[in-house]
Design a protein around this ligand. Sequence first.
Ligand code: HEM
Ligand code: HEM
Length: 127
Amino acid sequence: MNGLARVCWITAPLYAVLEMVFGIYMSASGDHTLSPAHGHLNLLGWVTIALYGAFYTLVPEAAASRLAKLQVLIAQLGVIVIVPGIVFAISGTGEGLAKAGSVLILLSALLFLVIVVRGTGRSAAGA
Ligand code: HEM
Ligand code: HEM
């Protein structure tokens, strides 16, 4: 397996474990105030990064480009920035991190779109 896919496959379940500990803590404490932070750690960390890992496993040629490495780096930074950003936004201590994280997440998704279109085209697939 290529290194980029492996990075995604390792970090995605790491986010899942963190998010499950977070979810169990919320359930046990009965305080669900931070549930959007838990939800988005799940959906942007575990689910989205695992989908990136699946694509880069299925289309390893696409993983070889510098753009792909940049895409995964920005996606990871996005998760790391947006989750505490949501916590701060909910607790009323500022929305700056949440906004920065959103832009990073959006940018990584747009780059992914470009990479998928390029990596699955007729000539790329050798059809
Ligand atoms: C150990 C596993 C998990 C536990 C204990 C857990 C616990 C919770 C709890 C207590 C809430 C708050 C519910 C409420 O206030 O209505 C919640 C919300 C949520 N969870 Fe989980 N969860 C777990 C795993 C997952 C997974 C695997 C996903 C998705 C892949 C997920 C996605 C969500 C979402 C989207 C929300 C709603 C977020 C929001 O309010 O904006 N959770 N979870
Ligand atoms: C730039 C990325 C994203 C931003 C800025 C964002 C923002 C938001 C906001 C502001 C809410 C409302 C939270 C609330 O009212 O408590 C929300 C809810 C939600 N988001 Fe996201 N989101 C993003 C990405 C995603 C992704 C990628 C998914 C799924 C894969 C997702 C799934 C959800 C779900 C399921 C809810 C509703 C949870 C509920 O009402 O219980 N979001 N999001």
